[in-house]
Write a protein that binds this ligand. Structure first.
Ligand code: FES
Length: 169
């Protein structure tokens, strides 16, 4: 083997060794960032818990536009639990439902018969008041003073102590 041939052979071998070490070194020194790629999967269940269809505590119809007023309130629900307190009132659809200071349940149409303003329940005066022009109605919806001349429609309000429900019809 001539000197030139020998050096050429050694050069190729050294080059091959260097290339091999570089390739293997590149693999191991690359730092592999992939394990962090899945870090945000904790949000995937954000809306999967349901609950958007929770019951409001009302069954039946509280809208005059939908026909006859006939509904039942669950007084254990957060929406209607105030009606267990004397002197409190709530608007339910087209109806104002109240529990008087004496503990009686009453329900009348919420719209003043004068010009349609929603009336307020005044528990201390045992009446419904329209703040618009000052009409007052008694607990049965009858006019105490005008300008309204027609009574508020009165509904039957029946409390079921066993079920803790109030049926208005
Ligand atoms: S709208 Fe109620 S008194 Fe006029």
């Amino acid at each position: 083997m001539e000197r030139k041939e020998f050096l050429s052979l050694v050069g190729i071998s050294v080059g091959a060794v260097i290339l091999q070490q570089c390739l293997s070194g590149c693999k191991s020194d690359g730092g592999d960032p992939s394990p962090n790629s899945g870090g945000n999967n904790g949000n995937s269940n954000g809306n999967s818990g349901g609950g958007s269809n929770t019951t409001t505590g009302l069954t039946g119809n509280a809208s005059l536009a939908s026909g006859k007023i006939d509904f039942t309130l669950d007084l254990t629900s957060t929406t209607y639990k105030d009606l267990k307190t004397e002197g409190k009132a709530l608007i339910v659809g087209d109806v104002i439902v109240a529990k008087t200071k004496d503990g009686a349940y009453i329900a009348v149409a919420k719209k003043c018969t004068h010009q349609g303003t929603t009336v307020d329940f005044e528990s201390n005066n045992n009446r419904f008041n329209c703040s618009n022009h000052g009409s007052n109605f008694d607990l049965n919806g009858q006019v105490i003073n005008g300008p309204a001349t027609s009574p508020l429609t009165q509904y039957n309000a029946a409390f079921d102590a066993t079920k803790n429900t109030l049926k208005v019809s």
